[in-house]
Design a protein around this ligand. Structure first.
Ligand code: PLP
Length: 455
């Protein structure tokens, strides 16, 4: 029996190597690294591969799992919906879970975001926001307001519009000839301040720089887009308090729409339901996906105000010509409703506080390690930035693959992580227990310490 299982496992690994082109992966390195890890099942925070080896899911299956894997409430809700209807279109029809979810999303998001436009993933949520804001100005007498302002190190997805407002050179530069023009403002990346200032004394000088850019370009700018409080793929860059509120004020002053991309920060990750709520900010457009249904299946929503929605009412040319086959998918929406029920019933946000404190304590300890430049955190999002020299903040060379080496060490010890270059991201499901979090952080500590010995 065991032999048959092993033969099947080998076959799967071989087919993966032969046929699957993995996202964001240099396949030459991937193939050279040996056999892929193929996941067969998962429960709670544990992923199990086809050989039965278990890994703590340290990145919530790409930052989206919230209540753990195989959550029985979400499983049950999806199965119950499957017995009714798997999919019916939102083009000209509606469906029960999509309508109910729209109402629930309006209730949990900041006041005033009354209109919900569904799509399938984080990138499409952003595409919708960009097209919506562009078209808004076309239909309200300011056709010159066509462009966008975004932050350096920002990441908003991989479709071309989203890449157009992406500020990550390694991912985005090659595609520039295919993209529209975007103005980029410096990111408030305090550890590596682009303005070479100190966060204790700078008085948010980066906001002044953003103001200069807005003042100069507002007549041709439809919207400013950013990930509120934490820029994810750019390195889990945690913004200083007041930056988000300051951006809202600038957008109001210069009549620029404010799009917040809460695809990663939404649904409890930062300790509040949405990052915007930390600074009482209401954006004009908010993008949601990933955690929207606990990380179960593709679903996204772009929420906006009545003011924007109303500008699309009128003749057929005012229609918002956008939509996807699976827009408002009933199974995804049923899972989302179950996820919101869990938030309420189990007091998920309150239960996070001790875990957030525990994580802070671990991260403080990481600063003892030779190559930990900064260990930063907001809520249950953390990032450990590894550097060659703490004093100068000198980075390792790309070819040294330090981040990758650390996560492979962690994998041997039973944790799955995915680094951003030499930044180790820690973002477990919110349902992780204190014991599991302790185990995960011990594994990461040991993995970095092992690597320290080689440099
Ligand atoms: N926006 C943010 C802030 C993200 O972190 C991501 C993905 O990581 C996206 C958009 C794109 O989402 P998706 O990968 O679902 O298209």
């Amino acid at each position: 029996m065991k032999e048959v299982i092993t033969r099947e496992a080998n076959q799967l690994e071989e087919w993966d190597r032969a046929h699957v082109w993995h996202p964001f992966t240099q396949m030459k390195d991937f193939l050279a690294a040996g056999q892929p890890v193929v996941i067969k099942e998962a429960e709670g925070v544990l992923l199990r591969d086809i050989h039965g080896k278990e890994y703590i899911d340290g990145v919530s299956s790409m930052w989206c799992n919230i209540h753990g894997h195989s959550n029985r409430h979400i499983d049950r809700a999806v199965k119950a919906q499957l017995d009714k209807v798997a999919h019916s279109t939102l083009l000209g029809l509606s469906n029960v879970p999509a309508v109910t979810l729209a109402k629930r999303l309006v209730d949990v998001t900041p006041e005033g975001l009354n209109r919900v436009f569904y799509s399938d993933n984080g990138s499409t949520a952003v595409e919708v926001a960009l097209k919506m804001s562009f078209q808004y100005w076309q239909q309200t007498g300011s056709p010159g307001k066509k462009g966008f302002i975004a932050l350096e190190h920002g990441y908003h997805g991989d479709t071309l519009g989203a890449v157009g407002v992406g500020g990550m050179k390694p991912f985005h530069e090659l595609y520039r000839p295919l993209l529209f023009d975007t103005e980029f403002a410096p990111s408030p990346y305090c550890y590596r301040c682009p303005l070479h200032m100190d966060k204790e004394t700078c008085k948010l000088a980066c906001l002044d720089r953003l103001e200069e850019i807005m003042k100069k370009n507002c007549h041709r700018t439809a919207a400013f887009i950013m990930e509120p409080l934490v820029q994810g793929a750019g390195g889990m860059i945690v913004h200083p308090p007041g930056f988000l509120r300051g951006v809202r004020e600038l957008c109001d002053r210069y009549d620029v729409l404010f799009i917040t991309d809460e695809v990663m920060t939404g649904f409890g990750r930062t300790g509040r339901m949405f990052a915007c709520q930390h600074e009482d900010v209401v954006p004009d457009i908010m993008c949601l996906s990933k955690g929207i249904n606990g990380g179960y299946m593709p679903l996204a929503a772009t929420l906006t105000t009545d003011r924007i929605y109303d500008a699309f009412l009128g003749d057929s040319e005012k229609t918002f010509y956008h939509g996807h086959t699976y827009t408002g998918h009933p199974l995804g929406c049923a899972a989302a409703l179950a996820s919101l029920d869990i938030f309420e019933r189990e007091g998920v946000l309150d239960s996070l506080r001790p875990k957030v404190r525990l994580l802070r304590g671990f991260l403080d300890r990481f600063h003892e390690l030779k190559h930990v430049g900064e260990a930063r955190q907001l809520g249950l999002i953390a990032a450990i930035e590894l550097v060659r020299d703490k004093g100068t903040k000198e980075e390792f060379l790309p070819g040294e693959n330090v981040g990758q080496r650390v996560i492979l060490e962690a994998r041997k010890r039973g944790a799955f992580l995915r680094p951003l270059g030499d930044i180790i991201v820690v973002m477990p499901p919110l349902s992780i227990t204190e014991e599991e979090l302790t185990r995960l952080m011990d594994i990461i500590y040991e993995s970095i310490r092992t690597m320290d010995a080689h440099f």
